[in-house]
Every structure is written in C-alpha cells, then in structure tokens.
Design a protein around this ligand. Structure first.
Ligand code: ATP
Length: 610
C-alpha cells in the first residue's frame, strides 16, 4: 500500500495525454463495443438472482394472459347479448371481467416490486465491481482520464442502467409476451383480419430502424458529453484557487458553456429523433384501426364474422400495437442504458495492474539496497528520444541519494520506475539483489514511503490521516510518530487536537503542517526505502527547521531518494545523481562532484549564488 500520495506527484500523470504507446508494455484489451456482448454481460449480473427473476417472469406471464382475457370476455358478452342469451350470463361475465382486472393489477404490482429489487441488486454489484476495479488499475490509466469523467461512469451511467432495468426491461418482456399471445388469439379468431393488422408491422420495423440508427450514436454521444462535462466541473472546482488567483473565471465559464452546448445539442437531437417514434406508432396504429374496422364491417355485413369478433378484434388490434408502441418507447431508454453499460464495462475491461507474476515474491523486509543497471525508459514507445537513457547507479542500505537536475530531466520518472508505476523499457532495477519485476507490487510499495511537497490528506481526523501509514498502529504509536516528526506540538495547539477533522486535501492547515503530518505518516509506516520531494515553495524558517529535523529522523537508517532543491540536503547526501535530459551525467558526493568541475559544479555555483 501507499503510504502517502501527493498532488505534485499526481500532476505528473496528466502528461500521459501525449502518450500513445502502452506504458506498461501490456497488450490493450478488446473493448465491449457490441450490443449482444453488453446485454450478455448485464444478463450475467441479472442471473445472480435467478429465483426472483423466475418469479417475475411468472408474474409477467400471468399479467399478459390476464390482459388478453378482458377483451375476449367483452366479445363473448356482446355476441351473447345479440343472440338474446340468458340474463345470468351477465353476472358471470362481469365477475370474470372484474377478476381479470384485479388479477392483472396484482401481478403487475408484484412484478414491479420484485424487478426493482433485482435491478437495485444488479447495479449495486456493478457499482461495487467497477469501484473495486478502479482501485486495481495502474496509475497511467488515471493520467489518461479526468476524474470527473470516471465518476460519471460510476454514477450517471450506472444510474441509467438501473432505471432501465426497473422500468424498461420488464416492460419489454411483457410487451413481447402480450404480442405473441394477442397474435395467437387473433389468428384463431380471423386469419384475414390478422393479416391486415400485420400489414403495419414492416412499416413499423422500417421506421424504427431508421430512427434508432440515428438515436443510438446520439445517445452515446450525449453520455460521453456528460462525462466530459463532469470531468470539467470536477477539475474547475478543485482548481478554484488557481482559477481565481489568475482571474480565469470568464474563460472557465466560456469553456463550460462549450461543453454545456455540446450536451444540449446531442440531447436535443437524441430526444428529437426518439420523439418521432411514438408519433410514427400512433399514425400507424390509427391506420391499422381504420383498416380492421372497415374490412371487419364488410365481413360482418356479409355474415362472415360476428359483431362480437369485430369488437374483440379492434380491441386486440390496439392491444397488439400497444406493446409495439411500448417497445418503441422503451427502445430509447434501452439504447441509452446500453450506451451507459458499455461505458461501465469499458472501464472494467481495462487491464488491472498485474497483481503478481506467478513467481513474484512477497517481501516482508528489505535492507534497502537499490541498483539501477542500464535502465532506459520512454513514456511514448514511438518516440525516438528516451525519457531516461542508460541509467546505472547503486544505493546501499541507509544511504541518502540526492537527485538533482534541471526541470524535465527525469528525476520523477526515475522514482516512478523504482515504485513500479511504469516498467523500464530496458535494463533492470533490483532491490536487495532481486529484480523488482519479480516482487509483488503491493509488497514492494509497502517497503516504501513518500513524503511529497503537498501530501494528500483525506477527509477524517488528524489521527486517521497519520494512521493511514499503518492501519494497525495504536494511538500511542501515532503520537510517538508525530513527536518524532515534530508534528505533535502543532497538533496539540489545534482545536480538537488529534481528533480535529480535516477536510479533503487538508484545507484548514498550512503547507508546512501538511508536510509534518506526511512525515509522521511515513515514520509510522516504517519503510526501508523513502522518497522525498523537497518543497520548492517557501515555508517559514521555524517550520522549515522542524521539517528538516523531522526528515532527518525519518531518513535515519533508511535508503532515501531525495529530489533535492536545497543546498543543505544536497551537501549531506551520500551520493548525488545529476540528471540532464534523461541521462545520468555525473554522480558522486558533493566534494567529488565539485572537484570534477563539470555540470554539477556549474549548477552549484548557480544554487550557491541564489
Ligand atoms: N506521464 C507522462 N507522460 C508523458 N511524458 C511525461 C510524463 N511524465 C513526464 N513526462 C516527460 O518526461 C520528461 C521527464 O519528466 P520528469 O517529470 O521525470 O522530470 P523532472 O526532472 O522530475 O522535472 P521537475 O523537476 O520539473 O519535476 C519530461 O520531458 C516530461 O515532459
């Protein structure tokens, strides 16, 4: 597990936008782009509640049968009346009709509540699977996407699936059943009138196909636009301070508008096209009604059928087109839910960080000797220039290694390779003589801790935030670590002390205090290897001295890699690695490097002159 995680570190990742290659060298996974595949996967979730689903299907079957019974009874009654049947038949007919309606309501109600239960369970599992999966994805994945966009998949898209399952799925099924049932009875009553009613089916089919070909991509586009907008909102809300500091409010609003307009447009066209469906169905309905009534009338006059049959038929013809109507209406919801589900499965198909190669080992303890041999790496496989080129060095247990070099030289990249966020293109990195690709990531990272410029703090008490370093630490251990980190006195001065609740990101406490907490966290974690990113921003001298002291205690006996900006730190380092344009151009102690009169000594004059 990670000990600390920081904003500056995370900000490195968006650079991946430019990356077309595959950072981990793994094969990209095939994405679910097909309907049947997506439906099949939704089905697998539904199938987990097979028993309930069977009950629902039973209710649908019953309610569909009962909905067919009503009109049939009306027809029988009309013929009976015209033929001057017995008075008591009315009582039977009325009670039959009443029972069929009550039964219909009851079965519909039951199928509804059971289906709600199934669909809630389904999306509950989907949400959980997606969330779990998100936490196994490699860091480069997050560099390629905005957080808000990912959140949109967890919320909007899953919600879409849920509401469709609640309403549409059952309706579609019951529509299909009613259709089949109606058809059978219609054929039995009059094959000719059935054939006439059927004439509208090809028209409906063609109309629907025309419309859904247009709405499908539009719904998908709308979901995508919604994701973009969410991403943008998340980004601008978390970047409020910078936005206001640079007076960029207007630009942000303008960019928001562009995204908002995109949603309006895709939403408008999707809704407009889908709005044609009920209109088309209505027109075709009326047409079929007129044909059946007209031809039926002629047949009745000629004595080919009874009036009762015409009444039943007209009712069935409507009943026949109603499920078709419902199907057409639910089609849109279904399309948009499939688009949502596809986006959810797309993330689930992202390959997780290899959990462990079969022969990868778990390390309980490492001494902390780190060796880079001839390591080269490029974020973009197609790029000729490598980000790191032929890097070799050794860090012995407990040594402090300073990484220096101009911006963009590759210091952070080197750390990312050491923590296995990326794998080297060439060469090997070993810890205690073991190639890190043969060590389980989790166990590798549990030997490391990071103290970065702006360590991330979660919403929770100060105690919980420090305990993040080691979850089973006692209160005494948390306080002891805080004392060593020089954080104890400032924590005690805060209202609530260790129980003060911090907001996400640690708003309410200063940069320096955040760093002291990060140091306490790292001390508690007791790692063998430390990564420190020295603060570049100015911190008041008193806090800075406290931080330095805390860091020194933390570094004692651990192999430390410090992205160093301060002369003080650099001078104390056992070895300084000087990076320039991805190459390790010099290494040695401060004095050795000065004697070489090379790049470092030039850099030193610069730092010294500051
Ligand atoms: N995730 C990424 N995707 C693509 N390129 C990246 C990524 N991260 C860094 N780079 C590029 O790799 C090079 C080295 O970057 P790196 O962040 O390692 O430099 P650095 O020495 O840590 O710089 P700084 O001192 O400014 O933090 C830079 O050219 C940078 O643009």
């Amino acid at each position: 597990m990670f000990k600390t995680f920081s904003e500056p570190f995370r900000h490195k990742f968006p650079k991946l936008d430019r990356q077309q290659g595959n950072p981990t060298g793994r094969k990209p996974t095939a994405k679910a782009k097909d309907w049947s595949g997506t439906l099949g996967r939704i089905w697998r979730y539904l199938a987990l509640r097979k028993a309930k689903l069977t009950l629902v299907l039973l209710m649908v079957l019953l309610s569909s049968a009962l909905s067919l019974l009503g009109p049939y009874l009306v027809g029988v009654a009309v013929d009976d009346f015209l033929e001057g049947g017995e008075d008591t038949a009315w009582i039977l007919f009325l009670s039959g009709l009443g029972l069929s309606y009550v039964g219909f309501s009851l079965t519909s109600w039951l199928q509804n509540i059971w289906m709600i239960e199934i669909s809630q369970e389904t999306v509950y599992r989907m949400r959980l699977d997606l969330f779990r999966h998100l936490h196994q994805l490699p860091i480069p994945f997050y560099g390629k996407r905005q957080q808000g966009e990912i959140m949109s998949r967890l919320t909007n898209d899953i919600e879409n699936v849920s509401s469709t399952l609640n309403s549409s799925a059952i309706q579609i099924f019951s529509s299909v059943l009613t259709l089949v049932g109606t058809l059978v009875v219609m054929l039995y009553l009059s094959p000719l009138l059935t054939l006439l009613t059927f004439l509208i089916v090809p028209l409906m089919f063609l109309g629907m196909r025309w419309i859904s070909r247009r709405t499908g991509p539009l719904f998908k586009q709308r979901q995508k636009n919604l994701g973009d907008l969410n991403g943008y909102i998340e980004e601008t809300l978390s970047g409020q301070v910078i936005i206001q500091a640079f007076s960029q409010e207007q630009r942000v609003i303008r960019e928001f508008k562009e995204r908002n307009v995109a949603i309006r447009q895709s939403g408008f066209w999707a809704q407009t096209f889908s709005g044609f469906i009920p209109k088309l169905m209505n027109a075709l309905n009326n047409l079929s009604f007129a044909v059946v009534a007209g031809v039926g009338g002629i047949l009745a006059i000629n004595g080919a059928i009874t009036v009762g049959v015409i009444i039943v038929f007209v009712e069935y013809a409507r009943q026949f087109t109603r499920p078709l109507n419902d199907l057409a209406n639910q089609w849109n919801t279904l399309l948009s839910a499939i688009a949502g589900a596809e986006r959810v499965f797309e993330v689930m198909d992202e390959e997780v960080e290899e959990k462990s190669d079969t022969d990868a080992v778990k390390l309980d303890h490492v001494d902390g000797s780190v060796v880079f041999s001839r390591v080269s790496f490029s974020y973009d496989e197609d790029e000729e220039e490598e980000t790191l080129e032929d890097i070799s060095f050794e860090a012995r247990p407990g040594e402090m290694i300073a990484l220096v070099g101009p911006t963009g030289a590759g210091k952070t990249t080197l750390i990312q390779l050491l923590s296995r966020f990326y794998n080297p293109g060439q060469g090997t990195i070993t810890i205690d003589g073991r190639d890190i690709t043969t060590i389980r990531r989790e166990s590798l990272r549990s030997q490391m801790a990071f103290v970065l410029q702006d360590s991330f703090l979660f919403k929770g008490t100060i105690r919980e935030n420090i305990r993040f370093g080691r979850l089973d630490a006692t209160d005494e251990e948390v306080e002891a670590a805080s004392k060593l980190a020089n954080a104890h006195s400032f924590i005690n001065r805060l209202q609530g002390g260790y129980d003060k609740v911090l907001e996400t990101g640690g708003t309410g406490i200063s940069q320096g205090q955040k760093q002291l907490l990060a140091i306490a966290r790292a001390i508690l974690a007791n790692p063998s290897i430390l990564v420190l990113d020295e603060a570049t921003s100015s911190i008041d001298t008193v806090t800075e001295i406290k931080i330095q002291e805390g860091l020194e205690r933390l570094m004692e006996g651990r192999t430390s890699f410090v992205i160093a900006h301060r002369l003080n730190t650099i001078r104390k380092a056992d070895r300084i690695l000087v990076l320039k344009e991805g190459r390790l151009i010099e290494q040695g102690s401060h004095d050795e490097l000065l004697q070489q009169q090379g790049f470092y000594s030039g850099l030193y004059q610069g730092i010294g002159a500051e």
